[in-house]
Design a protein. Structure first.
Length: 325
């Protein structure tokens, strides 16, 4: 199954409003818009008449109107009105291609080709004991697989996130387990010593991580800190990384938080996530090649890299090539 047959996030759900929105996915320009019923649609951002960008147009009476000649397209993709010929009934061939669209985890997802893949799962989304919040978009000049590998990597905590998620004096990585799953892989028994593992940390703590890859460019982690090290009783959190593969070497990262915190302002929660990700970003953008090498002989590996090595093998099995080399 190719990357075009998988679901990818392209925008925050609340950013697709009354007017069309231009986005880019897998090197393709798309336009998102909502009809009168509130349903989201994704089409090529190119009018089939004379090639103008539909994202420069507007939504009129539940139809997307081209900015060039005012052609109007119904939610089905069929042209239903040509202003230059008011009495003309456009034939069925006067239409535009529609892509599959779904909304989940606070995001709009698009699939460019038919496939059997489900939307990436995020089990914590259904947990009413956890508050949900979307962070992003973060535009990153690197490939989507490099971002996922960084997300799965604990051995950089002591250096990239020193004083926050790691400490140079406690950089050793204990052995952990990695197993294949129907959607990718799961890494368990992952542990890290962290000075401040979350917004409400009151003391350094040993934190247990579980990672799960749920699609070519998506992954989820859960964090459980030592009891008594967090101001919020019963603290736990789950974080999903959802990536838009914009170009082979440019991506947009989204984080979906599920946390046991219903009191902190959105801005405070997002600020912590911003801080952690902005520490990663310059290192990610410095990596060469920007595309992730799937040949395990191309870069060096140790047992601490077990999860990322398994991720590379998973992409190879899927036949994923966008953002890989």
């Amino acid at each position: 199954m190719t990357e075009t047959q998988h679901w990818h996030p392209v925008a925050a759900g609340d950013s697709v409003l009354a007017q069309p929105l231009a986005v880019r996915l897998l090197g393709e320009d798309l336009v998102l818009w909502r009809d009168d019923a509130g349903a989201a649609h994704a089409w090529p951002d190119q009018c089939p008449h004379r090639g103008a960008r539909l994202s420069l147009g507007r939504v009129e009476a539940g139809r997307l109107e081209c900015p060039y000649h005012g052609w109007q397209f119904a939610a089905s993709g069929r042209c239903v009105h040509v202003p230059a010929l008011p009495s003309f009934t456009p034939p069925a061939t006067h239409c535009i291609r529609s892509f599959d669209v779904r909304e989940a985890h606070g995001l709009v997802w698009v699939r460019l080709a038919d496939g059997e893949a489900d939307l990436p799962a995020f089990a914590a989304e259904a947990d009413s004991r956890l508050r949900k919040l979307t962070c992003g978009p973060y535009v990153v000049e690197t490939s989507a697989p490099r971002l996922v590998e960084n997300f799965l990597d604990m051995s950089h905590f002591a250096f990239v996130h020193e004083g926050w998620l790691g400490s140079r004096g406690a950089s050793a990585i204990d052995d952990y387990r990695v197993e294949e799953t129907p959607t990718g892989l799961r890494a368990t028994q992952c542990k890290a010593w962290q000075p401040q593992s979350n917004l409400h940390s009151t003391a350094p703590a040993q934190v247990e991580y579980t990672y799960e890859v749920t699609g070519p460019y998506t992954a989820v982690l859960t964090k459980i800190p030592e009891e008594g090290s967090v101001a919020v009783a019963g603290w736990r959190e789950s974080i999903a990384l959802f990536i838009t593969p914009v170009e082979a070497e440019r991506s947009v990262a989204w984080f979906r938080l599920a946390v046991a915190d219903f009191d902190s302002p959105d801005g405070k929660l997002r600020a912590f996530q911003d801080t952690i990700f902005r520490q990663d970003q310059p290192v990610l953008e410095s990596q060469r090649p920007k595309r992730l090498p799937l040949d395990l002989r191309a870069e060096l590996h140790t047992s601490a890299d077990r999860a990322s090595s398994a991720y590379r093998r998973y992409l190879s099995r899927l036949g994923i090539t966008f953002g890989a080399c």
